[in-house]
Design a protein around this ligand. Structure first.
Ligand SMILES: [Zn+2]
Length: 274
């Protein structure tokens, strides 16, 4: 990160009237969360699935909930417990402080299902979780469009075998198996109503902003939803961007800034110049 880029980034933060945090999986790395990049990263986090040679795309599917609920809930139950126990890293607080100084505040667009922005104190009414949330459940069938909080459910998981030990949650309406309200692979049953409502609220915020700034963190090109959203803010809302990504930091316009770094290091370096 050279000084000119950091100063450019700090100037963008000072000029903006709305902060849009656009986060991908890389945002969680500084909180100690596993990175599922490639089979190696995934199997390192879940050795039992590595031994079975089960890929992420196969485990994270409604088909696995139908065929092997104890394994599917072993995987998601472990993640639910992990995310409940995780403390968001200091970069979340810096972003929150930046937003508090802006006229229109802060909002979040994230592909992460981990609920870390809510945990860090961001307004839940200003968060769009485009792939859903592990902290909410829905019917596997599904029998309707109900989505309910997972708060009352505590999975007990044998991590060595990736198996759920207690009873899996069920749909309160029809009694079928419940699943996380997360968009999975090969998923035609995901209920998107919650995300759609979040999207409508975020669009309303963007319409009020004159100079929105997207701070994109840890969003690789392989999963384009976060990157695509940032582009629409630039194109449709006169926005600017700070892209923070250790491997793919390039930006299209010289008015924007790319920083090749992890989230916390880059946010701290910018913050030192404010
Ligand atoms: Zn149901």
């Amino acid at each position: 990160m050279d000084t000119a880029n950091l100063e450019h980034a700090a100037a963008l933060v000072q000029q903006a009237d709305l902060l849009i945090v656009a986060a991908g999986a890389g945002m969680g790395v500084d909180s100690g969360l596993p990175d599922f990049r490639g089979n190696d990263g995934f199997w390192k986090a879940y050795p039992a699935l590595g031994r079975a040679r089960m890929e992420f795309t196969s485990v994270a599917s409604p088909a696995t909930f139908h065929e092997d609920p104890a394994l599917a809930w072993g995987f998601y139950g472990h993640r639910l417990n992990l995310y409940r126990d995780t403390v968001p890293h200091a970069g979340f607080k810096l972003l929150k402080q930046w937003g508090e100084r802006m006229e229109q505040g802060a909002a979040v667009f994230t592909s992460n299902v981990d609920g870390q922005f809510q945990k860090a104190g961001f307004d839940p009414q200003r968060i769009l979780e485009c792939h859903g949330s592990i902290h909410h459940l829905q019917c596997l069938e599904p029998c309707g469009d109900h989505i309910w909080p997972a708060d009352g459910y505590t999975p007990q998981v044998d991590t060595a075998s990736c198996q759920l030990l207690n009873a899996a949650p069920t749909c309160p309406h029809c009694g079928a198996l419940a699943r996380p309200n997360i968009l999975m692979f090969g998923d035609s049953g995901w209920i998107e109503q919650r995300a759609s409502e979040q999207e409508a609220r975020l669009e309303a915020l963007l319409r009020k902003a004159r100079k929105p700034l997207v701070v994109e963190l840890g969003a690789g090109v392989a999963i384009p939803s976060v990157r695509h959203f940032g582009q629409t803010v630039i194109r449709n809302h006169n926005g600017r961007m700070i892209r923070i990504n250790p491997r793919e930091p390039q930006v299209a316009s010289p008015q924007d800034v790319g920083l090749a770094a992890n989230a916390l290091a880059a946010l701290s370096a910018i913050n030192a110049l404010l």
